[in-house]
Design a protein. Structure first.
Length: 139
């Protein structure tokens, strides 16, 4: 089973990762991948920065967002891969889940998004709407 875990560094991501760790017996031999997605820097701002500065910024911010989930999975002795993308988080997570032939996406109910919905965060809502594989949202 291939499981994609959406991570943004929030406490909701840690709830999702801890759920996975606690219930790992249900996901025996699972191949785990963490993903974080950073929204793009607005074009006008990016135009004033050199390409390497922008690239380093995305890498540093994404590493910070992945770190709590990496620590938790490592402490539990679980192996995983990780990746990051730049773009719309809901779209990027849904696309990778489908193209990467994942069996499931696990994510927290809310995160660091700019706007929240009443029941679910905006990214979780978008992933649920656009994803072609099952999504487990942990509250």
């Amino acid at each position: 089973m291939k499981i994609l875990i959406a991570a943004d560094g929030s406490k909701f991501t840690l709830h999702a990762v801890n759920y996975l760790i606690t219930h790992i017996e249900q996901f025996r031999d699972a191949e785990l991948m963490l993903i974080t997605v950073h929204a793009p820097i607005p074009g006008r701002a990016a135009a004033y920065l050199d390409r390497d500065t922008v690239k380093d910024y995305y890498r540093d911010e994404c590493e910070k967002a992945l770190k709590p989930a990496q620590r938790a999975l490592g402490k539990a002795g679980l192996s995983y891969k990780d990746t990051y993308k730049v773009g719309d988080p809901g779209d990027e997570i849904s696309t990778l889940a489908t193209k990467g032939k994942f069996d499931m996406v696990i994510m927290g109910s809310h995160g660091h998004g700019l706007f929240g919905n009443l029941v679910l965060g905006s990214v979780a809502t978008k992933v649920l709407a656009g994803c072609k594989v099952p999504v487990l949202v942990i509250r």
